[in-house]
Design a binder for this molecule. Structure first.
Ligand code: FAD
Length: 491
């Protein structure tokens, strides 16, 4: 035909979804091409998301820890921050990981084509090639013929239409550039991304305000956990504006002036405020409308999402979609698991392997983590969700004030909370339905609770599992014992 390149599978996008799908498909013996407009693989997560934010959050956590140390008898004095060096550290981290991905792609003989991909038919993509750091189009185009396609084009930050076009208004990508530390910073949106970036900037010296439409920060997390997080972080904020929306903003020489309004009728809102930096973190929008999906017959929702079945298949049977573009939660670990399903189904179909072709995404739960200080991590049902759904639960709440390790660390503010099915049908042996933790290293421990849910563990299974002492992870076993030992609430 008229194609410049052909393959078994073409993958649009080189993020965690895209590269994971490409690598799995190649490992299964398929000829794979990845199209990515940026110079490196890794997508949002490695370049401007998960990884650079954690590189900075690690530094912030150490700084905060060191500042506590004077109380424990060792005073390191005031930190001296070299922001250029700090930015350099973050860049190095990204470089190591994206370099690793490039090597892995090469090893697997995955071809990468750099440019913007658009469908031109049900079995053809056109790529407008790009170069440089600004993604300039080079003018040259390539047509790729494919048997199967996986759409992994991801998402981008939502911009509020009334925000002035000004360098003092940034999204998470701009905030990660870490140009300078503002005196007063506004975080628009009290979700994980905003609060993580706020943590970095406030540890470096910024005073924070946060504005959130809903009645609490970190929507989706258990309120018992968020309450503790908020208490521990109170000193970072001048003003936490809940049930408040931002209605306008203008650029003044002295800063960005932002005007607020109550989110509900009858509420009140603070007077306009002037900020040195405004971070827009009000959510992410999928890139579904930017790939000419209609040319391949792939349906895209009004909001730009692409609906898929549990095999990650779109309405067009030979085209699949994964990651942020298929819906919430927009998390890298979800994208990776979906990627493996799509690649396996495709390999199974092309190679006549029925077992592989039957692969499906049926994770019971997907954990979430706010890598703040302390961290907040949760998975499965929360107490509020159980209540709303009329599910009776038995609760095990273990305060870290009873954890030897947490006390030794000087960080006993944490809590581990587990919820077990307490419906009559469970006969007192209900399975774990959800759990969460607030405290240092909570994110590193939540995987155990996810595993317990996936395996259908009950409180005895978890409580009788011997956890090493003294560890923070012990708190999971203790919380289960508490739930098993009593049906009543513990303080
Ligand atoms: P993306 O990573 O968005 O990748 C899509 C890729 O497709 C991009 O590289 C894009 O350039 C490319 N692309 C799009 N359209 C085209 C086209 N037409 N042609 C060619 N290429 C195209 N998740 C976590 O799990 N943990 C975290 O700690 C975490 N922290 C985050 C912090 C921040 C600041 C942000 C913004 C996000 C964070 N996330 C985190 C979310 C995570 O980054 C995403 O869920 C993840 O990157 C989604 O992967 P994806 O493969 O679906 O898409």
């Amino acid at each position: 035909g008229s194609a410049d390149l052909e393959c078994d599978v073409v993958v649009i996008g080189g993020g965690p979804g895209g590269y994971s799908a490409a690598f799995r498909a190649a490992d299964l013996g398929l000829k794979v091409i990845v199209v990515e407009r940026y110079a490196t693989l890794g997508g949002v997560c490695l370049n401007v998301g998960c990884i650079p934010s954690k590189a900075l959050l690690h530094v912030a956590a150490v700084m905060d820890e060191v500042s506590h140390m004077a109380d424990l008898g060792v005073d390191f004095g005031a930190p001296v921050v070299n922001i250029d060096k700090l930015r350099g550290h973050k860049e190095k981290v990204i470089g190591k990981l994206t370099g690793g991905l490039a090597a892995m792609a090469k090893m697997r003989k995955v071809t990468t084509v750099r440019g913007y991909a658009n469908f031109v038919g049900a079995n053809h993509l056109e790529v407008e090639e790009t170069s440089g750091t600004a993604q300039e189009k080079t003018g040259s185009k390539k047509v790729i013929a494919f048997k199967r396609a996986i759409i992994a084009a991801g998402s981008q930050a939502v911009r509020l239409p009334f925000m002035p076009n000004d360098p003092r208004v940034v999204d998470s990508t701009g905030a990660l550039e870490l140009k300078e530390v503002p005196k007063r910073m506004l975080i628009l949106g009290g979700g994980i991304i905003g609060l993580e970036m706020g943590t970095v900037y406030s540890t470096l010296g910024a005073r924070l305000d946060v504005v959130e439409m809903m009645d609490g920060l970190m929507q989706g997390a258990d309120r018992d956990l968020v309450k503790i997080w908020q208490k521990m972080n109170a000193k970072r904020f001048d003003n936490i504006m809940l049930k408040t929306k931002t209605v306008s903003a203008r650029a003044l020489p002295e800063g960005i002036e932002v005007t607020f309004a109550p989110a509900e009728e009858g509420g009140t809102a603070p007077a306009p405020q002037v900020y040195d930096l405004v971070l827009q973190a009000v959510g992410r929008t999928p890139n579904g409308k930017k790939i000419s999906a209609e040319k391949a017959g792939v349906a895209v929702t009004d909001r730009g999402f692409i609906n898929v079945d549990i095999q990650m298949r779109t309405n067009v049977p030979h085209i699949f979609a994964i990651g942020d573009i298929v819906g919430q939660p927009m998390l890298a670990h979800k994208a990776v698991h979906e990627a493996h399903v799509a690649a396996e189904v495709i390999a199974g179909e092309l190679q006549g392997n029925k077992e592989l072709a039957a692969a499906a995404f049926n994770a019971r739960v997907i954990p979430s983590v706010a890598y703040t200080d302390p961290e907040v991590a949760w998975v499965g049902l929360t107490e509020d969700q159980a209540k709303a759904q009329g599910i009776k639960v038995k609760k095990g709440l273990f305060p870290w004030t009873a954890s030897g390790r947490a006390i030794a660390n000087g960080r006993d503010e944490g809590v581990t909370k587990l919820l077990f099915d307490d419906s009559p049908e469970a006969h007192g042996h209900g399975k774990i339905l959800g759990g969460g933790m607030v405290g240092t290293h909570a994110g590193d421990m939540i995987g155990e609770i996810a595993l317990a849910i996936e395996m259908g563990a009950d409180a005895v299974d978890i409580g009788k599992t011997i956890h090493p002492h003294p560890t923070l992870g012990e708190s999971i076993g203790m919380a289960a014992e508490i739930a098993h030992g009593s049906c009543t609430d513990v303080p």
